[in-house]
Write a new protein. Structure first.
Ligand code: SER
Length: 315
């Protein structure tokens, strides 16, 4: 049985991960933390205000609840980090370092997500290997590569059981992402339901990896439960479910909403970030070491996204 502290619990991943973890490990064994309060999550189980730039506060909450695991999700995404690089460094690197220190002091198992953003323009774009060149050109990417190295360092130097994945763009109908480059792949579904049209800030033909949230949540639980003897890699495993460009989403949506119309108004900043990332990463090492498997392709995900968003709109 685990007792888990989650930082950034109200973000895109956290808001759904909390519910899943509580259903597996019990409401009282999952301590949700964030810099603001959400009543629904706070009513379901323990909730504490924690700013990840305050190491003492993380330590106190982890100690008070006697947790054995920390899942560190609080971070700024790629486009926001490009707008405020210094703040991104303080939150992404400072928050990670603080949380790793607490994990070391209290001997906690540790998870934090890396990203396809940890790759750069010199990385092979197709079938991007697990072990390859990582010279990202964004602040977010610099943070993610440094974070992967720091997590491996804490494992090798101090024996902290650190584990992580390189998430692709995550798509969900529950909590919208904020400030990411892959956010278009969420917005397109809301706009398809509400307006039957979408203007993409990412250009036609720009491929990136994507994944439906249920697959991402399963991956976190599976990796954290994996037999450590089987883990050759730790920080962080390539995982992906879908490689797609904007027209692929349009075609999948048109199967349900034939009149859906996609136009383009490219944002040079986010387009530049997208072009520096891979088209399609290879997840075979994650499959070999801990059994990673995605259940949703773009068509299955699209059907569910459109159904769930329509039912929210028609409430
Ligand atoms: N979805 C993230 C972003 O676009 C990638 O990790 O920033």
């Amino acid at each position: 049985m685990k007792k888990i502290l989650v930082t950034g619990a109200l973000g895109q991943i956290g808001s759904e991960l909390i519910t899943k973890l509580r259903s597996i490990y019990g409401d009282s064994n999952v301590i949700a933390t964030d810099i603001r309060v959400d009543n629904q999550i706070a009513e379901q189980g323990p909730f504490e205000l924690v700013d990840v730039t305050d190491e003492q506060r993380i330590f106190q909450v982890a100690k008070d609840y006697q947790v054995d695991t920390v899942m560190h999700l609080a971070a700024l995404l790629s486009a926001t980090a490009e707008k405020m690089p210094k703040r991104a460094w303080d939150i992404n690197m400072g928050g990670l370092m603080n949380t790793l220190e607490v994990a070391r002091e209290l001997n906690l198992q540790f998870f934090t997500p890396s990203s396809i953003g940890a790759f750069g323009p010199s990385t092979p774009k197709d079938n991007t290997p697990q072990d390859t060149l990582q010279r990202p050109t964004t602040m977010y990417g610099v943070n993610k590569v440094s974070g992967e190295l720091l997590c491996d360092y804490y494992f090798q130097r101090f024996g902290v059981d650190t584990r992580g994945v390189r998430f692709p763009g995550l798509i969900s109908y529950v909590t919208p992402p904020g400030g990411g480059t892959t956010d278009y792949a969420v917005e397109i579904y809301y706009e398809a339901v509400n307006n039957k049209s979408y203007t993409s800030y990412i250009a036609e033909g720009t491929y990136m990896d994507m994944m439906f949230m249920p697959d991402a949540l399963d991956a976190i639980v599976q990796l954290m439960e994996a037999d450590p003897a089987k883990l050759i890699h730790r920080n962080a495993f390539n995982i992906s479910a879908i490689s797609a460009e904007p027209m692929d989403f349009a075609r999948a949506i048109q199967a349900h909403i034939p009149e859906f119309n996609l136009t383009f108004n490219v944002d040079p900043i986010r387009q530049g970030i997208a072009e520096s990332w891979p088209n399609r990463i290879d997840s075979s090492v994650a499959t070999a070491e801990w059994g990673f498997k995605a259940n949703y392709d773009i068509d299955r995900m699209t059907k569910e996204m459109l159904e769930k968003i329509s039912s929210k709109v028609n409430l």
